[in-house]
Design a protein around this ligand. Structure first.
Ligand code: NI
Length: 139
């Protein structure tokens, strides 16, 4: 880690109170400075993630019905076609009817987004969300 530099921040008292609640929710291991650093990194990563050529590691989670016709085989087909971008996946049988799948993918931002959208677009997928972090590389 590079040298720490101190600076002061001015903010409205009510915003500071909300911020301190956030710090408290993040637990004893975090203080104001650490949470500010986390938030700055979060903003920088989401800005970097917007660059279509940035390399990202994305986590796609999706929920679908176990009973939907052909859905599992369509999802498998898409994943096999992109085996070089998919690092890992996990399947959870949520209840008698629903499955949760978590798929970790790595590659160029624009390709990972397209891949995520093609998975989320399969008929029968009820809900899904892609989150990502960047590796700092550009492809
Ligand atoms: Ni299942």
């Amino acid at each position: 880690m590079s040298e720490l530099v101190r600076f002061s921040i001015a903010m409205p008292a009510d915003l500071l109170m909300q911020f301190d609640n956030l710090v408290a929710r993040r637990g004893l291991a975090k203080n104001r400075s650490e949470v500010i650093r986390d938030l700055v990194r979060e903003s920088l990563v989401s800005e970097e993630w917007d660059d279509p050529d940035a390399e990202i590691v994305g986590t796609l989670s999706l929920v679908y019905s176990h009973h939907a016709h052909d859905l599992q085989s369509k999802l498998d087909h898409i994943q096999h076609s992109h085996h070089d971008r998919i690092i890992s996946s996990m399947h959870v049988h949520l209840d008698a009817h629903n499955c949760l799948e978590v798929i970790v993918m790595r590659g160029q931002s624009k390709l990972i987004r397209t891949l995520a959208e093609s998975i989320l677009g399969v008929k029968g997928v009820k809900h899904g969300n892609l989150t990502a972090t960047t590796t700092g590389k550009y492809l």
